[in-house]
Write a protein that binds this ligand. Structure first.
Ligand SMILES: Cc1ncc(COP(=O)(O)O)c(C=O)c1O
Length: 367
């Protein structure tokens, strides 16, 4: 394909190295919830459709107010956006010039390097510890005068590890004043002890922004809505760089209806967690060691076998996410989809060779 001269040639490509032919019958690559919208959510979507000729509330006022009540913050400290990844991009736009940098551990959420690259800001990358957890000392040591954002994915996608609240608070207190710590809590409902807002409010800290989403535990990935809780100056700066009307009325109403359905959603989260532990134990009994996960996914630290295993799954019509050379992340799906994954694991030629594995041993246990 010839690239027209008006297009920038230096934009990052985002190839998925191993994607089954579309449509993939088994979707275990995006950490979605395997359940359709709740009936109460479907009902408000009808309502939103009937008003499809109107622009939505640009400030998502009702939702911001409700979220403020939920997290104990003034609604002005809550910024609603079309997904938490978009809000992360806006945070980078609000804080970084091309001379600045964002700092994060790796492997982590693939949007971090992507957003930095697209916006033309620097990346400071610290490897995760050997057990897949954040190296907080390493992150602190990597801070330079150019660092503007330090992003901590908690629980971490893809390794499923968590950093305890006290350690986060200590990190936030240790970073220099020119650094904003961004706590990406996309999976926090699967790890309720994680609460970045408590860190933010605990000592009225001025240098923390917490990102959360309705895409994961709330099951609204297709509607695109997330939010940021941040101190007032950060929230104001964030609003200045966001496009108006990007959060649709359907998304706002669905999020509000989901907040009203807390018990039903909590039941879904419990079901996913139970299924996660069942799949992990089943993998363990085949000798596939996967570490405890605090998200709706499991991490198979398969190292050099990552792409081969993802390709093996793709051939069976299962889409999983390979991080080449590191491992494979598999979403905990519905029982049938998880069974398909277990069959693919059982038939992977050669089995696993990664270090730390216990061929034939059990790696099951609580996450
Ligand atoms: C750590 C993390 N943050 C953010 C997101 C994106 O969430 P959203 O759909 O709200 O943009 C994801 C999605 O996979 C994620 O894994």
């Amino acid at each position: 394909m010839t690239v027209p001269g008006f297009l920038r040639a230096d934009r990052p490509a985002r190839p998925d190295p191993v994607r089954p032919a579309e449509p993939a019958p088994v979707r275990l690559a995006h950490n979605e919830l395997p359940f359709p919208p709740l009936p109460s959510v479907a009902a408000v979507l009808e309502q939103a459709l009937a008003n499809g000729h109107r622009y939505p509330d640009p400030a998502a006022t009702r939702l911001a107010h409700r979220l403020g009540e939920l997290v104990g913050a003034p609604e002005t400290d809550v910024v609603v956006g079309p997904g938490s990844a978009a809000l992360l991009q806006h945070l980078v736009q609000a804080t970084c010039t091309p001379a600045d940098a964002v700092l994060f551990c790796w492997p982590s959420f693939e949007a971090y390097p992507f957003v930095a690259e697209v916006l033309g800001v620097g990346r400071q990358v610290v490897p995760l510890d050997a057990d897949g957890s954040h190296d907080l000392d390493g992150m602190l040591a990597a801070v330079t005068p150019a660092t503007r954002l330090l992003i901590l994915c908690n629980p971490n996608n893809p390794t499923g590890t968590v950093v305890a609240q006290e350690r986060i608070a200590a990190l936030v207190d240790a970073v220099p004043d020119h650094v904003l710590v961004v706590l990406d809590e996309a999976y926090r409902e699967f790890a309720p002890a994680v609460d970045g807002v408590a860190v933010l409010h605990g000592a009225r800290r001025a240098n923390v922004a917490v990102l959360r989403t309705f895409s994961k535990a709330y099951g609204l990935a297709g509607l695109r809505v997330g939010y940021c809780v941040a101190p007032a100056p950060v929230a104001v700066a964030l609003r200045r760089v966001t496009l108006p009307f990007t959060v649709t009325a359907a998304a706002q109403l669905a999020a509000l209806a989901s907040l009203d359905a807390g018990d039903e959603l909590a039941g879904r989260v419990r079901a996913v967690v139970a299924e996660r532990e069942r799949v992990r134990a089943a993998l363990g009994s085949m000798g596939w060691s996967c570490p405890p996960s605090h998200g709706n996914f499991l991490w198979l630290p398969s190292g050099p076998d990552a792409v081969a295993f993802a390709a093996h799954c793709a051939a069976a019509g299962i889409h999983v996410r390979a991080v080449p050379g590191e491992g494979v992340r598999v979403t905990v799906g519905g029982v049938g989809d998880n069974e398909a994954l277990l069959r693919a694991a059982a038939s992977f030629p050669g089995g696993w060779r990664w270090s730390g594995g216990e061929p034939g041993g059990s790696a099951g246990g609580a996450g």
